[in-house]
Write a protein that binds this ligand. Sequence first.
Ligand code: FES
Length: 146
Amino acid sequence: MTSTPAVAAALTSINRRVVSSRRFGPNLFGAGPFEQDNTDRSGVPTRLELCKSDEVSAGSALRVESGDLVLAVFNVDGAFFVTDDACTHGPGSLSEGYIEDDVVECNFHNGQFNIRTGEVVSPPCMIPVRIYPARVENGMVVIDVD
Ligand code: FES
């Protein structure tokens, strides 16, 4: 069967999406790493406005959904940081965790992450949480995603 270049390109695009969803689907066992594929693969970062900066008071976090992303926006003494909301250990939500200084404790098994770097501070977490460099523009917390 022959196909036009446009049809071939469309089929290639569909195949990429299928492969992508197979590689990065949710962990069916409820524990371990959870990776999300939020890449548009165009090579151009996408600017995302997540929330108003005054919606997140110092020492707190806000859960924000944007497209396929589920994020936690943290305010650490007036500086904003963004991580995946999902704990890398299991079903915990970091935006619902306990925050002390720049450390968030997962609300599920009490593992801890550094909010600034995503590094694990305390087990049972073993895998750092993904961070997204954040900035405030015109009162909005903004990230760029590749
Ligand atoms: S789900 Fe186990 S520490 Fe977060």
